[in-house]
Design a binder for this molecule. Structure first.
Ligand SMILES: [Fe+2]
Length: 377
């Protein structure tokens, strides 16, 4: 009897202990991770579990789908170019801790890293993440196709698991790829400037523009997927949205005409060396015209074609960096503007200095694919 009472009391004690800790704070399921860092503010995001759905297959296999509650904390009134420590749990445990370094306002040397198409082959993605962390850049840009299917929550679970340590301390700026599928998960997880589809920010006297090549309805209708209908598709699909975006780009480049460096990022490139995509790239070029060259943009960085490619036209470098993880494509159709091709997984490190910016494409083994520099305007 005494033993039974004791056992009940122990059980009650454990139930009470569990409910107290659950009331205190839910455990972090994703993050914390840095978003929307500026010279005076930052947003720390994280997610806690909100539930789990399951699908049971005829053979008894169970697939789980996590649901999350998203949390954001705006850190405002910060000093420029300064490192702060944050703790979203406030309990001193490592799970809620990270560091944020605000962007410099003045012209200071800094570096950022670009990678793209991280969607599959998680081992490759992981090695690229480790290399980026060793470089300790001010921020990271992903040129789109972050995940295989933006509408599958499991893909985002994996993306944030792989990037946990990196995104805790280094802000991550993505653009939408076709594989994001205009998913609500993308907009829930990321907290980006402006309308989040296309946006800009400045660091020192460098301007960064992030564009959307996918549009609000990303899917090409099946009946428009033939050779002959490509032009029709470009002239009709979402044209208003793209025209508005183009006017916004023109405006941004005009009001920032004194920027020393301009870097532009979007997913689908203007120069493709993949045979089946050369014509599509030409249609995109026709749409954007000479806008980047006319405004003296030094570098445009894209993804989508899974290799490294650099074209040079009208004073602007067009770099395709899509070696983040997805299976490689054969760069089989060099263009007259092609300067460098490499079929290997890689990242691009950009060091911005007072007079020049140095870009280094580094392959998965740590070898340099090429190193170029651009002069300040
Ligand atoms: Fe893509």
């Amino acid at each position: 009897m005494i033993y039974r009472l004791l056992k009940q009391n122990i059980a009650l004690f454990f139930i009470a202990a569990i409910s107290v800790s659950a009331n205190e704070k839910k455990p972090i399921a994703i993050g914390p991770y840095l978003q929307n860092v500026t010279s005076k503010s930052a947003v720390v995001c994280w997610a806690t579990f909100a539930g789990q759905s399951t699908l049971t297959y005829p053979d008894g296999k169970i697939q789980k789908f996590n649901e999350y509650e998203h949390h954001e904390m705006l850190l405002d009134g910060l000093q420029e170019n300064t490192t702060y420590e944050y703790d979203v749990l406030g309990d001193g445990s490592a799970a809620g801790k990270g560091k944020v370094t605000t962007f410099p306002k003045k012209i200071e040397p800094f570096q950022f890293v670009v990678l793209g198409d991280t969607r599959s082959r998680h081992d490759i993605h992981k090695r690229n993440i480790e290399r980026i962390m060793a470089e300790n850049p001010l921020f990271v840009v992903n040129t789109g196709d972050l995940v295989g299917n933006g509408r599958r929550i499991q893909d985002w679970d994996k993306f944030f698991e792989l990037n946990n340590e990196l995104m805790r301390n280094i802000p991550y700026f993505p653009v939408l790829g076709n594989h994001e599928k205009d998913s609500k998960f993308y907009f829930e997880f990321f907290n980006l400037p402006g309308n989040e589809r296309y946006y800009s920010f400045n660091v020192g006297d460098a301007l960064f523009l992030f564009l959307d090549t996918e549009g609000e309805d990303y899917q090409t209708p099946q009946y428009l997927k033939t050779e002959e209908s490509r032009e029709y598709y470009w002239n009709n699909h979402n044209l208003k949205y793209f025209e508005e975006q183009k006017a916004w780009v023109e405006h941004q480049l005009t009001i920032n005409k004194d920027a020393g460096f301009v870097f532009v990022f979007f997913h689908q490139p203007l120069f493709s060396v993949k045979k089946t995509r050369v014509e599509d790239a030409k249609l995109r070029r026709k749409f954007w015209g000479d806008i980047f060259e006319r405004h003296g943009v030094q570098v445009v960085l894209n993804g989508h074609d899974h290799h490294y490619h650099r074209a040079f036209n009208g004073g602007t470098h067009y770099i395709t960096t899509a070696g983040g993880g997805a299976g490689l494509y054969e760069p089989d159709t060099p263009q007259p503007e092609t300067k460098k091709i490499s079929k290997i997984e890689h990242i691009v490190k950009v060091e911005v200095g007072p007079a020049q910016a140095h870009l280094t494409a580094i392959d998965i083994n740590g070898n340099i694919i090429e190193k170029i520099h651009v002069d300040k305007k």
